[in-house]
Ligand binder design. Structure first.
Ligand SMILES: [Zn+2]
Length: 254
């Protein structure tokens, strides 16, 4: 894992060197501006790229040749789409993992219980999933995670060990919170972009192109286009003899 603390120290040190050079009139002020912009862009990209493992170690795939794969759904449970997903998974004898939002669990605890009863995995996806959650401090992250953990436990009777950051954003504050709560941070290596792309055919083609043994597919159970996408994926993966397992099944083989 790249040590982000080392990067920050080097970043600060080089900024000081440039400031000294500016004071000595060896370089213009623009060098510092350019350097700072570049440095902050790198930090932003690192926050959004879980597989870089800058701020924390995220599990994004299992390194294996075995034909197993994990399908994951974010942002549910959704009373309209989640039951349809569950029916399809049952039809194809596949297991999946649902990363649920606390506010949604609060409204549909029975649906969460059904997911668990069907043998699927359940992960924590924060309580609010707010657009600004990436800027939270450690205390706020802890509140988001612990509140959702309690709701999952109340609905299903077990505590989840899995957490997926909303928008895939990781920060030092989240890293510190997850150290306290002891969750595994779960990413993906096969992103469907199903919330941006409307056409189910384009989404499934994109996902199927990126299928690898031990991979983790990211879908959402909150919109209509995911129903045909899931059915097509399940048909193709089954025909290719892939076993569709939960994230905890993958983790146990890690
Ligand atoms: Zn999400």
């Amino acid at each position: 894992m790249i040590n982000y603390k080392l990067y920050f120290s080097f970043f600060a040190l080089l900024s000081c060197v440039i400031i000294v050079f500016i004071t000595l009139e060896l370089v213009s002020m623009w060098w510092l501006v350019l350097y700072l912009v570049f440095g902050f862009i790198i930090i932003g990209i690192a926050s959004l790229t879980m597989r870089w493992n800058w701020f924390l170690k995220a599990f994004t795939r299992l390194n294996t040749n075995e034909k197993i794969i994990a399908i994951t759904f974010d942002d549910g449970p959704n009373p309209e789409y989640t039951p349809q997903m569950l029916a399809l998974l049952k039809k194809y004898e596949a297991k999946a993992t649902f990363f649920c939002i606390g506010e949604h669990i609060e409204k549909h605890p029975g649906l969460l219980k059904t997911i668990a009863n069907d043998g699927h995995g359940i992960g924590n996806h924060s309580y609010s999933h707010s657009k600004t959650i990436g800027f939270s401090n450690t205390k706020s992250w802890l509140e988001e995670i612990e509140r959702t953990d309690q709701l999952i436990e109340k609905a299903t009777g077990f505590k989840t060990n899995l957490f997926r950051p909303p928008f895939g954003v990781t920060t030092p504050h989240l890293a510190s919170a997850l150290k306290t709560t002891d969750h595994s941070c779960i990413g993906w290596n096969n992103r469907s972009f199903d919330t941006f792309i409307a056409s189910p055919k384009t989404i499934s083609t994109r996902v199927l192109k990126q299928v690898t043994p031990g991979g983790i597919i990211l879908l959402h159970d909150k919109q209509a286009n995911c129903i045909p996408v899931l059915e097509h994926l399940l048909q193709v993966l089954q025909s290719k003899h892939y076993k569709m397992v939960t994230i905890n099944d993958l983790l146990h083989e890690n």
